[in-house]
Design a protein around this ligand. Structure first.
Ligand code: ADP
Ligand code: GN1
Ligand code: MG
Length: 374
């Protein structure tokens, strides 16, 4: 895949970049980051004097987001709200939340001639985005995700659009998996009997969170819903999680899912697509530092029932993500970006290995939450 794009040589990129006015000489764009969903580029501009100025340009995935205009409405609502809170707390609103660069004609995003929606954001400099972290950085990310939920406590949730319907509805994910298995479009079901069995055996688990919600045990909050470590920018100077990014799925949800998705991705020492499963192990000590940080960031805002369900959040987000990877594999890899043919299957297997580990250590996981939930 070509990595560096000179605008004149790439018609769509030229069109999109042409919709913005850059103060300095535009050099080009380079594919950026390790997100699985959007088309992300880093745009480079060279001023007359001094260092390059960078921007993040993102083409929203139309496979993931059927109503990008509504998504951008959420983005603007959430970032404006956070900007005010950050300023009121004496923080730096340009570093502690995302912002948009307007198009030449004053719009918040650009729709290209093929219908894809693009947004341009200032690059938040002097930060790092990690794929794996030391315990200290993991705890910093936990504080930031906990604080994110805390800060959005009084956000008017009814104004948020549901950008992906049934996003963390694990029962629905299970049903979609069954449908993909039944359709077996790519004739791949024959390669994955063990993985299929793994899911079928956990049908009841898929109802645990939703049942608690239906019974009124758990409140709906404004949650991020995609709390991977690489959806946070860490300040290079302080080592703190300075900015929560990738706000596309921020909508009403369960606190246990934000906790759980971070654990899924970060409480182990392997890549999400590691093929050597002996290297894929749930690390309860990372789980512990994350729990401590998340509860510190949430500042006492979680109810006793929410605290009780946190370990389930980890198990269910990991199971659900594995089910989603497997569904996409059966479906022909149409949702998650892949870089080689069986990557979604490799991703499935790491998730299921982590689920097994969590099942085996579930009591200890509950004890860790109890230790910090005071
Ligand atoms: P995806 O939905 O595909 O995961 P993200 O919004 O997470 O897309 O962006 C992909 C990557 O781009 C991030 O993991 C991060 O490395 C980088 N990134 C996104 N926005 C910014 C920003 N404003 N400043 C610096 N880096 C950013
Ligand atoms: C996607 O966008 P990204 O790469 O941060 C996905 C998450 C999955 C994750 C698995 C909108 O996250 O739900 O948990 O991949 N985002 C969307 O790594 O589907
Ligand atoms: Mg991301």
């Amino acid at each position: 895949m070509r990595q560096f794009f000179i605008p004149e040589e790439d018609p769509i990129l030229a069109e999109v970049l042409g919709a913005y006015s850059f103060p300095d000489t535009l050099i080009g764009a380079v594919r950026y980051g390790q997100g699985h969903i959007n088309d992300t580029f880093c745009v480079l501009c060279q001023p007359q004097e001094g260092d390059c100025v960078r921007f993040i340009l993102q083409g929203l995935s139309s496979a993931a987001f059927p109503h990008p205009g509504e998504l951008m409405e959420n983005f603007i609502g959430i970032t404006s709200f956070l900007r005010e809170k950050v300023s009121a707390n004496g923080g730096d609103p340009l570093r502690e939340t995302l912002s948009l660069v307007k198009t030449r004609d004053g719009r918040d995003f650009y729709t290209d001639s093929k219908g894809q929606v693009w947004r341009l954001m200032p690059f938040i400099e002097n930060t790092d985005c990690f794929q794996s972290a030391t315990p200290e950085l993991f705890e910093a990310s936990a504080r930031a995700f906990g604080r994110f939920q805390y800060m959005l406590q009084d956000y008017p949730a009814e104004t948020l659009n549901e950008t992906i319907v049934n996003f963390h509805n694990t029962e629905d994910r299970y049903a979609k998996f069954l449908a993909a298995l039944e359709a077996d479009k790519m004739d791949r079901a024959k390669d994955v009997p063990e993985e299929v069995r793994f899911v079928l055996e956990r049908k009841a688990d898929c109802s645990v969170a939703l049942q608690a919600l239906r019974e009124g045990k758990l409140p709906l909050r404004v949650t991020h819903n995609d709390t991977k470590l690489n959806n946070i920018l860490i300040d290079r100077e302080t080592g703190e999680g300075i900015c929560v990014i990738d706000l596309d799925t921020t909508m009403p949800g369960l606190s246990m899912n934000d906790f759980g998705d971070s654990i899924r991705f970060g409480a182990n020492h392997s890549k999400e697509d590691e093929t050597d499963l002996s290297k894929v192990n749930f690390d309860i000590s990372l789980y512990e530092v994350f729990t401590r940080g998340f509860l510190e960031g949430a500042q006492g805002s979680l109810t006793p029932a929410e605290l009780e369900y946190l370990p389930w959040g980890a198990r269910l987000m990991t199971l659900e993500c594995g089910i989603r990877f497997l569904t996409d594999y059966l479906d022909g890899d149409r949702y998650f970006h892949i870089h080689y043919p069986r990557q979604n299957l490799d991703r499935t297997r790491t998730q299921f290995k982590l689920v097994k580990d969590m099942e085996a250590q579930f009591e200890q996981m509950a004890a860790v939450v109890a230790k910090y939930a005071k």
